[in-house]
Design a protein around this ligand. Structure first.
Ligand code: NAD
Ligand code: LMR
Length: 332
């Protein structure tokens, strides 16, 4: 029997990530090859013409799974009945800026769009915030949309997770799909902590710890961490634009695993509302290792945390607390 289409909202759809992600959604990369979709695309008035162009291209691509397209600058029309909301709209960081620098412009957008989502999205809507500062925008969205269940509001740290997998695969010259269970703790910023203490690689003689195979703690505790933390800035330096294809792909990975489930024995990183796990203060959207089943995520429990990790996990939590108060001061 044909499935009902899922309504997927992409805000900032005329921008770089928007342009990369909408064909992925329409091709089934996000929700699977058998799931029809209706795309809701939102942008602002100055980008209305460009948005029209994206709609024309989507029509021209004749995607069999794409059952409808709404391209609008009206936030209410955009949010109406959506099941998945990918919040990309906002202002990207430019060379030399920290993510905090885009704070004042972006948090007010998330406060305003929170109410539209709360009032008009489908009751089961799953929200992924991509726009920076991603964790704090998601927190503001959560706080100004109190009727959306807090477990339905998340932010993107899967890009950082995938970057960590990529660095390990390059270093060991192994397939990236054979590396698993890295963790991104904390903020999608340069204080994030990419942790390989529980990560493994599939080899012909079974799964082996990444630490044992790399056999270079200096690299794993040093350059590996800073490379992942600084990768966004390195892309901006090289492209003069922030990452887009990898961000779009990671956003699809995030939603796909959340909706369809993580493979057995594998976890992924998602920015989610802290419940106090691992001593991280509640009241923050913090990236944790999670597994997903039947559309629900759960934080992986019981991982051993050494002193080095503890310091880094607390430092990124501290930055998030500072961002939270800065966000509120911007909104006041
Ligand atoms: P972009 O400037 O190319 O596109 C952003 C789009 O958002 C523009 O079309 C703009 O008109 C639109 N927009 C602005 N205000 C809006 C509003 N109120 N409602 C709807 N749309 C609005 O930027 P981009 O490169 O696509 O990046 C988008 C965001 O994603 C930036 O904040 C960037 O820093 C962030 N980002 C996050 C990650 C991550 O891993 N979390 C990765 C890459 C980029
Ligand atoms: C990224 O990580 O590539 C994005 O968040 C863009 C940025 O500002 O670093």
């Amino acid at each position: 029997m044909a499935r009902d289409p899922v309504r997927v909202l992409v805000t900032g759809a005329a921008g770089q990530i928007g342009y990369a992600i909408v064909p992925m959604v329409a091709r089934g990369v996000m929700l699977g090859p058998d799931q029809p979709v209706i795309l809701h695309m939102l942008d602002i008035e100055p980008a209305a013409e460009a948005l029209k162009g994206v709609k024309m291209e989507l029509i021209d691509a004749a995607f069999p799974l794409l059952k409808g397209i709404i391209a609008t600058t009206d936030v209410v029309e955009a949010c109406m009945g959506v099941n998945i909301a990918v919040m990309v709209g906002g202002f990207p960081r430019k060379e030399g800026m920290e993510r905090k620098d885009v704070m004042s412009r972006n948090v007010s957008i998330y406060k305003a769009q929170a109410s539209a989502l709360e009032k008009h999205a489908a009751p089961d809507c799953k929200v992924l915030v991509v726009a920076n500062p991603a964790n704090t925008n998601a927190l503001i969205l959560k706080e100004f949309a109190p009727s959306i269940p807090q477990k339905h509001i998340t932010c993107l740290t899967r890009l950082d997770h995938n970057r960590a997998l990529g660095q390990i695969s390059q270093r060991l010259d192994v397939e990236v799909s054979d590396v698993k269970n890295v963790i991104i703790w904390g903020n999608h910023s340069s204080t994030q902590y990419p942790d390989v203490n529980h990560a493994t690689v599939k080899t012909s003689s079974g799964e082996k710890p990444v630490r044992e195979l790399v056999a270079d703690d200096k690299w794993l505790n040093g350059d590996f961490i800073t490379t992942v933390q600084q990768r966004g800035a390195a892309i901006i330096k090289a492209r003069k634009l922030s990452s887009a294809l990898s961000a779009a792909s990671a956003a699809c990975d995030h939603i796909r695993d959340w909706v369809l489930g993580t493979p057995k024995g594998t976890w992924v990183s998602m920015g989610v509302y802290s419940d106090g796990s691992y001593g991280i203060p509640p009241g923050l959207i913090y990236s944790f290792p999670v597994t997903c089943e039947k559309g629900k995520w759960s934080i992986v429990q019981g991982l051993k945390i050494d002193e080095f990790s503890r310091g880094k996990m607390d430092a990124t939590a501290k930055e998030l607390m500072e961002e939270k108060s800065l966000a509120y001061s911007c909104l006041n």
